[in-house]
Design a protein around this ligand. Structure first.
Ligand code: HEC
Length: 240
């Protein structure tokens, strides 16, 4: 079962492999048994000492039979190997997309509050609002305004603008290191989240907010928009 599951992608595929394997073993056993009964030798000679096929049999029917199997095997590999080889890129892409979907789903759960059902919850909604549309919090003696994250990829082009977000890297940075009343989340900056969790959050924020941001203004996905945002900004951190 374990071996079948290691070969298979899912446990359903594992069970199918296992059943097919069992059918093959039973069928092969039955075929061998029937063959040995059919060719019951009249003489009581031990199996290993019985005479082999005659020269005539070796040169014609047996030879042709073996050559036939050779042709079948070659035909099999001629189809099987290119088929697998051609399918490889599509298959890799499909797996990549599946991983991204899983990452997005984890990110979506992470922004919500922690609970018994949502063990992935980190609770960004506590400050950024239940729909991440922004909020107000007490920060020391004054108030702080955790911004709307649903248009984060609009960067400085958003309404209201995100004047310090010029690319996806800036989202990583503010999440990992924190800024003013925004806590640092990465384990590298005394936070509690590992790189995978930060990654999931960024995947979620980028994909979610990109639905609300036109591509020409999307500083996360569009290099040209990112360059324009930097060029137009007074806060340009990349200026010497
Ligand atoms: C304690 C409240 C608090 C929590 C919890 C919190 N944030 Fe923030 N966040 C803030 C504040 C306040 C700011 C604005 C920082 C500033 O003044 O520069 C901010 C800024 C941000 C920014 C930058 C936005 C911009 O326009 O530059 C991002 C991205 C962000 N938070 C994502 C998150 C994510 C994801 C989580 C959950 C892991 C989270 N935040 C949890 C308070 C919080």
């Amino acid at each position: 079962m374990v071996a079948a599951q290691m070969l298979a992608e899912t446990s359903t595929a594992g069970i199918v492999l296992l059943v097919l394997g069992a059918i093959f073993v039973v069928a092969a056993g039955a075929a061998l048994y029937l063959r040995s009964r059919q060719k019951e030798q009249p003489l009581d000679i031990p199996r290993g000492m019985r005479p082999g096929p005659s020269d005539a049999a070796l040169e014609t029917p047996l030879l042709q039979k073996l050559q036939g199997w050779g042709v079948v095997l070659v035909a099999f590999f001629v189809i099987f190997i290119p088929y697998n080889w051609l399918r490889e890129p599509t298959e890799n892409l499909r797996q990549e997309e599946e991983l991204l979907t899983l990452s997005f789903d984890r990110g979506e759960l992470s922004v919500q509050a922690f609970s018994e059902e949502n063990q992935l919850g980190v609770g960004c909604v506590r400050c950024h609002g239940p729909e991440l549309r922004g909020g107000v919090i007490q920060s020391g003696a004054s108030l702080a305004y955790p911004p709307n994250l649903t248009n984060i990829c609009a960067g400085p082009f958003g309404t209201p603008p995100h004047n310090a977000i010029f690319s996806q890297d800036d989202i990583f940075q503010v999440l990992e290191e924190g800024r003013n009343a925004m806590p640092s989340w990465s384990i590298r900056y005394q936070g509690a989240l590992n790189d995978q969790q930060i990654n999931d959050l960024v995947v979620y924020l980028v994909e979610m907010s990109s639905e609300n941001v036109p591509f020409e203004d999307n500083v996360c996905l569009n290099q040209e928009a990112s360059d324009r945002a930097l060029a137009e900004s007074d806060l340009n951190p990349r200026d010497p």
